[in-house]
Design a protein around this ligand. Sequence first.
Ligand SMILES: [Zn+2]
Length: 299
Amino acid sequence: MNQLPFDKPGRFYRGNLHTHSTRSDGKLSPAEVIAAYRDHGYDFLAITDHFLESYHFPIVDTREFRTSTFTTLLGAELHAPRIELGVNWHILAVGLPLDFAPTGEAETGPTLARRAADAGAFVGIAHPAWYGLTLADALSLDAAHAVEIFNQTCATYNDRGDSWYMEDMLLAQGHRLLAYAADDAHFSTRADYRAAWIQVRSESLDPDALLAAIKAGHFYSSQGPEIRDVRLDGERVQVTCSPAQSIFVAGRASAARYETGPGIARCEFPIGSFAGSYCRVTVVDAAGRRAWTNPIWLD
Ligand SMILES: [Zn+2]
């Protein structure tokens, strides 16, 4: 049984997992941040301010903004010493309890991530390409559920939005990490919001149900295109999506296939060349916007 969301019960809910507010270095208050998403087609949002002493270790309580059609997950971006290049870790944690204890003096990135996961959070390796995270760093973060494979803020300000290289390296070595895209919105001088999100398949908008679906990998990521179905029939992977320019499937090392053509919305690929490892699907529309599935394990 694979973790693809498309044949799971329920519907897709659109949300952003990585967002900042005035509780750390964002420019909008939590209420303004919520409105910027809730009033523009999003079903849920996690405000994940920097969990630092200088900001009084914020875990923003957004429960008051929950309605029957919009919900929030509680989280933070965690920091502790120290990656191989000598700077502090950036670790996304969504689904934290409000009483999650401040970072201890002796805590490191890996021990802090473990404590967050043990407290129930979905743990993401935030924007590895942005700060030169190494494969050894990522392997040391053994509590992580996922790699942040695209970060809009890192794309906007640093041209380092794409971190698929890290996910592919981990997958090629047999590590089963999920892949998510996020805005990391700060609402400062340039547009860094409503640009990269996940679509989570869930039976309801209940925060616990959403969090469980995210941890189970029942989602895909997008900058615009819709992935409507991906299915395996044993020999082929079939992809159905909104009209696109190209559809790619990629796997271990250089294994890859593609189809291209204006308005392509369906294609299938033989999976023989990916057997024993994994594959993943990318859809690119005419404007260059992408959507990505989670990895699909084939062994
Ligand atoms: Zn951030």
